[in-house]
Ligand binder design. Sequence first.
Ligand SMILES: [Zn+2]
Length: 175
Amino acid sequence: MANRRIHPKPQIGDTFGALKIEAEAEPYVSPRGQNFRRWWCRCKCETLKPVRETHLLSGKIVSCGCVGRENSAAARVLTTGRPRESGKLSNQQKQEMVNRYLAGESTIALGIAYGLTPAAVGANVQRRGGKMRSLSDSHRKLALNEAAFSEITEASAYWIGFLMADGASIETAST
Ligand SMILES: [Zn+2]
């Protein structure tokens, strides 16, 4: 844990959402002269696009643009490890998910199972009249979800690190 690198350098062949790195690209140089490493990425739809490394690692860019542009896309990839593949959940799946929450599973674990953000899991529970557990109740459940939770912690650490790095630079160009 202590030696975990917060800034792993991506490698050719690594995948981020729908993107797979093929080669290093020319860096993007901001108006203030900052250099940002970029990678040529092949989207699963075959489009080739240069993407900033910080945007890959933060989850800000998960495809050439074909996967969907919702604000929650980055959060979904980080919490579930993948973009949601097959559209919306059926009502039956949502009800099953809510039942599992009410039976004691966490929004994090269910988010991973159903390809949603934890917040979206919670919204579904409330929409169906379920009561959310308090944070202290949830903490008691964490032991049950240890495997899922350690995965999140690692992803979140990357995300927070890059949001802090990226959030400090103000630019308007998108690549
Ligand atoms: Zn694409």
